[in-house]
Design a protein around this ligand. Structure first.
Ligand code: COA
Length: 234
């Protein structure tokens, strides 16, 4: 994608996503997030070519004008929007996929504990709401939404809604997590029965006595115990 195509994709994303954006000239001249993304194209090209100091100067000039700090090493896809812009910080090894939206006060930062890849990866179509902090070399799955003010410290599967501090998944693919099928949840009591039966089986076998392997199944809300594989131990 050329520089001009990338800039156009940023402009069209604003026109499509921000109801307040009514004309393209106004966006070009006044939208801090749009201007910061356009400057980042130049800064990132310089960074990739090894002109690190020049890249930093471009990024720093952009930060002073827009209030958006994007490290020149960060990889940003097409059709991304940074709305309002103020206080957005994107770290060196962060990756932002296509069609992502970041609101004001978002940090894609490091925890201070990692080296090398230490900033988040946002897959395509992720929305990070106002003031949210996404920290560490984690991945936010495609189409996920991070709620305002959340602090996300762990990777998130695609199409999730994450809220809170620390961030937790409250919805997946539009379905509230609390509404998920309770029948499929693990049953710790039945698991303990099974573990005890396995131990009894091993003890009987080692003692050389008649041994049975029992299995426990749940049947219409009643516990039923079925014996099978009953034989004399060798
Ligand atoms: C997270 C968000 C995107 C909503 O996503 P959603 O998938 O539609 O989720 P819902 O609105 O159904 O909310 C799911 C649950 O999370 C809670 N929740 C939503 N946003 C939350 C937040 N930021 N912090 C804490 N809890 C939140 C809701 O109350 C709801 O809880 P409940 O299930 O107990 O009722 C939205 O709430 C949000 O944070 N938007 C901010 C957008 C923004 O930054 N705008 C700035 C423009 S300037």
């Amino acid at each position: 994608m050329t520089k001009a195509q990338l800039k156009k994709s940023y402009l069209e994303k604003v026109m499509e996503s921000d109801p307040a954006a009514t004309n393209r000239i106004a966006v070009r001249l006044t939208y801090a997030g749009y201007k910061a993304l356009c400057s980042h194209i130049t800064a990132h090209n310089l960074w990739e070519k090894g002109h690190k100091t020049l890249a930093r100067i471009v990024a720093n000039t952009s930060r002073r004008h827009t209030g958006v700090e994007i490290h020149p090493g960060a990889k940003i896809g097409k059709s991304v929007m940074i709305d309002h812009g103020a206080g957005v910080v994107i770290g060196e090894t962060a990756e932002v996929g296509d069609n992502c939206i970041l609101y004001q006060g978002v940090t894609l930062g490091g925890t201070g504990k990692d080296v090398g890849k230490r900033h988040p990866t946002l897959e395509d179509g992720v929305m990070v709401s106002a003031g949210a902090k996404v920290l560490g070399p984690l991945t936010i799955g495609a189409g996920s939404k991070i709620g305002a003010g959340s602090v996300v410290l762990k990777s998130v599967p695609p199409h999730s809604t994450v809220v809170g501090v620390p961030g937790r998944v409250v919805k997946q693919a539009g379905k509230r997590v609390a509404d998920m099928d309770q029948v499929l949840l693990p049953d710790p009591i039945m698991e303990e029965f099974k573990r005890l039966n396995d131990r009894i089986y091993e003890l009987e076998k080692n003692a050389g006595i008649r041994t049975c392997r029992y299995s426990i199944t749940l049947d219409e809300n009643n516990v039923s115990v079925n014996a099978d594989e009953c034989k004399k131990a060798d």
